[in-house]
Design a protein around this ligand. Structure first.
Ligand code: ADP
Ligand code: MG
Length: 581
């Protein structure tokens, strides 16, 4: 319990720590006021039995009681306020910290699993931290404090009563330790089920078109239903398992209450306790003393959730980020050099000791079978990931020595799969350049051959695109992404199989759009059907992560190697197609 408390404190920012400690300090006063109430009852009873009860005693006792009650209300207000501030600001700060962290993580981190994980952390986990975490910690701590202070009072009245309370507290803590140990074992299983649920829902909603298209509703629903059922089963089983601990705790506490009353009366009868006031206060206290523990117990089952939430957020924050200490530098040329670069996503090496040069303003084509590492190579050049060995330079400066922002200014990408944001067309294009005027946006769209189709939409440039751009055809989305790249006007353009999915009518338009985009630029294109591949200044042929051929179209044809075979035997081409005419 204390371990989780410490973990949460370390997790919170300095300012929030203050709020948490302040709230705990108020908790101590709150518990003191609680004890004062009992004390005032004792005061009255004691003077009553001694025959000294007078108005003054009653007044003092009343003042103590009323003062205590009012203080408790005020204290409770501030405790709750500080808890809420600490909880919500910790949640907000962590969300921002995570967002900032994600910005500098290698792109390789992002895949279906990690997106599910990030989504679940940013939503469920953070919600847990915001609201539940501080409340749980405070309730448990305050509950324990309440009981402990009454216990101290019992020790002052009669040590034997104090010992009974101590015995119950120890039993309670032992049950709690058992409870937490079981919780630690079960919580990750529950969490996995919850995470799988988020992942499956994400997958289902993203692939809904495919699902309908291929009439897979039954299979896809079965998968979702299964994960819903799993999450439900696990949560039910967990609750069932945990409820036994409540029973044990209840037994100890009720037994403690009975023992206190009974033993106090017995001790009085055999003359061991002489003051009847102590007996009566003990009986009253026996009903109050374990209230704090009950509260602590009912919230403690949530402690493991707090721990899990902290661990999950920390897991993202501990993922290594790329070194981003580079300087803000604008290269004078776009000469790129790849020197003995090797790279693997995990264990399997994908790029194997590759070296080549790209001259400023030249056009490079990368061709090779599917899975040979073309996309990976292009992403390494723009530092989506860091190379494992070797180096990549831009204008003779290692790309790691550029700040991420200043490096990214040099690149525009057009990928096969275009992602458009749930925003207006105008704003989607504007992602290329934050401060672009409407006129600049229209010019870029004209060059990208998408102006006409945009104008034919009911709201023109203000038409809102649904998430992922599913309301547009592949070719339309592609041209909007080209307009975005034209607007960005970066000196190096990377095209990755950008026309692979495009229908013939769109292809002509897109080829014109590409011509506009790549005029006077350094171009890295991964082979697709563009005729320009054969006009490239240099072609490298990748196979299994290695360069197997390099040169111009004619030279490579003469070589009669892989490239020539691909060209001659287009029908057999697996990973890429090139039109020869
Ligand atoms: P190409 O573009 O030539 O088809 P890629 O560069 O996309 O090839 O992929 C090369 C290899 O790297 C493939 O075996 C692919 O499965 C693997 N790969 C690609 N992206 C990732 C990733 N994010 N994580 C792990 N492996 C990947
Ligand atoms: Mg690829």
């Amino acid at each position: 319990m204390l371990r989780v408390f410490k973990k949460f404190i370390n997790f919170s920012s300095e300012k929030n720590k203050k709020y948490i400690f302040l709230s705990l300090l108020l908790g101590v006063f709150y518990a003191l006021c609680n004890v004062l109430r009992l004390f005032s009852i004792y005061l009255i009873l004691d003077s009553f039995f001694k025959g000294e009860l007078n108005q003054q005693v009653i007044l003092i006792a009343l003042l103590v009681m009323v003062g205590g009650l009012i203080s408790m209300i005020v204290l409770k207000y501030f405790m709750t306020l500080f808890q809420a501030i600490a909880g919500y600001t910790t949640g907000a700060n962590k969300r921002m910290e995570i967002a900032e962290h994600l910005r500098y993580m290698p792109m390789g981190y992002y895949n279906q699993n990690s997106l599910g994980y990030i989504t679940s952390v940013a939503t469920n986990t953070m919600e847990n931290l915001n609201d539940v975490a501080t409340r749980v910690i405070m309730m448990v701590m305050d509950g324990l404090l309440d009981t402990l202070l009454i216990m101290v009072m019992m020790f002052i009245f009669d040590y034997r009563m104090g010992l009974i309370v101590l015995g119950v507290v120890i039993c309670f803590l032992l049950v709690q330790m058992w409870h937490q140990a079981v919780g630690r074992k079960v919580a990750p299983i529950k969490d996995k089920a919850d995470e799988a649920l988020v992942e499956n829902v994400l997958e289902f909603s993203e692939g809904i078109a495919e699902v309908k298209n291929y009439n897979l509703v039954k299979q896809a629903s079965a998968k979702i239903y299964k994960s819903i059922q799993d999450a439900c089963d696990i949560n039910c089983r967990m609750e069932l398992r945990f409820s036994q601990f409540d029973v044990y705790e209840g037994i100890f506490m009720k037994a403690g209450t009975a023992a206190m009353s009974l033993i106090a009366v017995l001790l009085y009868l055999n003359g061991s306790i002489t003051n009847p006031a102590i007996v009566i206060v003990t009986i009253i206290a026996s009903f109050l003393v374990f209230e704090g523990l009950t509260r602590a117990g009912s919230f403690s089952s949530l402690i493991k959730n707090v721990e899990l939430a902290v661990d999950k957020a920390n897991k993202i924050l501990s993922e290594p980020v790329m070194n981003t200490s580079g300087e803000d530098y604008t290269p004078k040329t776009q000469d790129i050099e790849i020197k003995h670069v090797s790279f693997s996503y995990d264990k399997k090496e994908i790029i194997k000791d590759v070296s080549f040069k790209i001259k400023s303003k030249s056009k490079l084509a990368i061709v090779g079978p599917s899975g040979s590492g073309k996309t990976t190579m292009a992403k390494l050049i723009s530092r989506f990931f860091d190379v494992n060995e070797g180096e990549i330079t831009l204008d003779n400066k290692n790309i790691k020595d550029y700040s991420i922002d200043s490096l990214m200014r040099n690149f525009s990408f057009v990928f096969q799969n275009v992602y458009l944001f749930n925003d207006t067309i105008k704003n989607n294009v504007r992602f290329g350049k934050d401060d672009a005027s409407d006129e600049e946006i229209i010019q870029a769209c004209k060059k990208a051959k998408c102006h006409d189709f945009i104008m034919s939409l009911p709201e023109g440039y203000d038409t809102v695109i649904t998430e992922g751009g599913n309301s547009l055809s592949g070719g339309e989305k592609q041209r909007i992404s080209i307009a975005r790249a034209i607007l960005k006007d970066a000196p190096i353009i990377i095209l990755d199989e950008a026309t692979a999915n495009i229908d013939p009518e769109n292809e002509d338009l897109i080829i014109h759009a590409f011509d506009e985009l790549t005029k006077n630029k350094t171009l890295i294109m991964i082979a697709h059907r563009l005729k320009t591949v054969k006009d490239a200044d240099n072609i490298i042929v990748l196979d299994d992560g290695k360069i197997v051929e390099e040169g111009k179209h004619e030279e490579l044809l003469k070589n009669n190697g892989i490239y020539a075979k691909f060209i001659q035997d287009r029908k057999e081409a697996i990973g890429f197609k090139i039109e020869q005419n």
